[in-house]
Ligand binder design. Structure first.
Ligand code: NAD
Length: 285
């Protein structure tokens, strides 16, 4: 069984970015800048933001924090306009979920698509669906990057994605089904209304779980020798758990991601990749 080590792979990616950033700074006289906007006191969001700031530090990317205890819709919209205009800001990330009363979609729609390093702006979603260059959402792009690093190619294979969220399942299914490297799979996208889910999953050569239910995917749902990617992060009384029952699956599969240490670190590494991409776009590198 191959353990798909997202933590180690993400560290490799961060080191590569650091080297490239140092070279780019020498040439262009500045480092990439990532503005991170956090509103409210949600503990999980605070952890995510801290991890993103640490990753920036590791990569030589300037992190520009905007921590607001509270903010009204207009104030937040004003901040986004300001960050859009700031030429030293290459990427803008608004940590979700925003507190109740704020219109997240409206805020995300205001971000300059060329600074949309989360890949949530409708322009970038549209570009992705057309197979055009743009920013891809960090979690599914991080998953594809992890498979690439382990030479696990889903081309011509059956892939099943469980979960159809806009940030994980849906874009992942789209990326896997497109032509290009580490893609070209025959994809089935499953969700809460899917019938005979276990049967569908058992067909999968590549199985991706993005559901948000601890240990939901059990051994009887997985084909012998499959590649399993567990996107889930669930807080349980016993600590963090994925969407897959790792212990039950590990002797049956060809490769599997652990939780934690699988997709999570790859998501943050991909944010760094996207920020570097935005910087290059802005300086014309
Ligand atoms: P979501 O709640 O937006 O979507 C969950 C999806 O699961 C839905 O589309 C729903 O149809 C499907 N689903 C729910 N119950 C189901 C069932 N019984 N059978 C089949 N499908 C079912 O969640 P999300 O934002 O996509 O996140 C999913 C999981 O991934 C969560 O645990 C989340 O914490 C985690 N996550 C991890 C990362 C990371 O970096 N590793 C990033 C984002 C999300």
């Amino acid at each position: 069984m191959i353990l798909l080590d997202g933590k180690a792979t993400a560290a490799e990616i961060r080191a590569e970015i650091r080297e490239e950033v140092d070279g780019l700074e020498a040439k262009y006289g500045r480092r990439p800048g990532l503005a991170v906007v956090l509103v409210g006191e949600d503990p999980a969001s605070q952890v995510y933001v801290r991890n993103k700031e640490r990753a920036c530090e590791d990569c030589g990317i300037r992190s520009i924090p905007h921590r607001l205890e509270t903010a009204g819709q207009l104030e937040l919209e004003g901040l986004i306009h300001e960050l859009n205009r700031d030429v030293t800001v290459d990427g803008i990330l608004v940590q979700l979920p925003l507190p109740e009363g704020l219109d997240s979609q409206k805020i995300l729609d205001l971000i300059d698509p060329d600074k949309d390093v989360d890949g949530f702006h409708p322009v970038n979603v549209g570009k992705m669906s057309l197979g055009l260059p743009g920013f891809k959402p960090c979690t599914p792009a991080g998953v594809i990057n992890l498979l690439k690093r382990y030479d696990l190619d889903p081309a011509c294979k059956k892939a099943v994605v469980i979960g159809r969220s806009n940030i994980v399942g849906k874009p992942l299914a789209m990326m896997l089904s497109q032509s290009g490297p580490c893609a070209n799979a025959t994809v089935t996208l499953c969700h809460s209304r899917t019938q005979n889910l276990a049967e569908v999953c058992r067909e999968a050569d590549f199985l991706f779980a993005a559901i948000g239910r601890p240990n939901f995917v059990t051994a009887d749902m997985v084909k012998e020798g499959a590649v399993v990617v567990d996107v889930g992060i669930n807080r349980t009384d016993e600590g963090l758990a994925g969407d897959c029952d790792f212990n039950a699956l590990k002797d049956k599969v060809h490769a599997i991601t652990p939780v934690p240490g699988g997709v999570g670190p790859m998501t943050i590494a991909q944010l760094m990749v996207n920020t570097l991409q935005a910087f290059k776009l802005h300086v014309g590198a």
